[in-house]
Design a protein around this ligand. Sequence first.
Ligand code: THU
Length: 300
Amino acid sequence: MLIDWNILSGMGSDILARMQEAADACLDAEKVNVPCMISVCLCGDDYIRDINRQFRNMDSATDVLSFPTVSYPAGRTAGSCESLLRHEYDADSGACFIGDLFISTEHVASQAAEYGHSQMREAVYLLVHGICHLMGYDHIEPQDKERMRNMEEKILSSVDVRRDGEDGTDDEKLLSLAREAMTRSYSPYSSYPVGAALRCTDGRIYLGCNIENASFSLTNCAERTAVFKAVSEGARSFDTIAIAAKTKAWPCGACRQVLNEFAPEIRVLVTWDGHVEEKKLSELLPEGFGPRSMDQNTQE
Ligand code: THU
């Protein structure tokens, strides 16, 4: 992807390099086979507010604005609209111009702090979100929203914004989110509150707590609450789960099995009374039965 940068408010060259990588990944994930180009303006809140007012009649600053040049037919996106993209071919650049993005660096900084991850991750996420719009994705109707989120997740995991270990929400943050989730436990029968914080490979985090029931066997553990919340939001790729309880509590057998479905190698952190221990799920559930166990080709 060719990017015509307009940098009114700067960000580190490492962040810009990662954004370029993510933009390339967008075209790969969407299987666009024609060279494309976008313009990206990095600006402050005042500037993006002016753009928002001028072109969208909204008098407020925001994180990202997208202005696609292509009108995609309903339900279609760039990958299946090559001839429409070719109409936007620009001989000077040798690429099809698919639109303009504006990203507020002030929003990048404040949202990164709010979500507890790096500015790199936030900037890459906003760019990917904006490019998805330029490729015809939308999040107004629930089914479109799910499609867009899935595409974003595919792109973000393909660029692995956490590689080098310099990015992503760190374990301390995840542990403290698990402790916070523990405070929302509904456990009047056992008086044993448990909290879980599940981190996806794209950086999203889902929290869970145990939810008990007067019919005891209907109780749901904290870990499964978090997994079910995540999967129901379209996330299926997880790297770490942090679990907080009053005593050392590795996940129960049912939760190990549910985690194994999606992430057999997930890191499991447990915290209690200021202590932390870590194991891989494959240590906690060796020889587990999983999605590939019924596949004859994987049998020895
Ligand atoms: N519990 C969890 O939330 N996760 C586990 O892995 C083990 C047990 C909850 C279920 C129940 O509400 C309470 O702890 C006592 O069993």
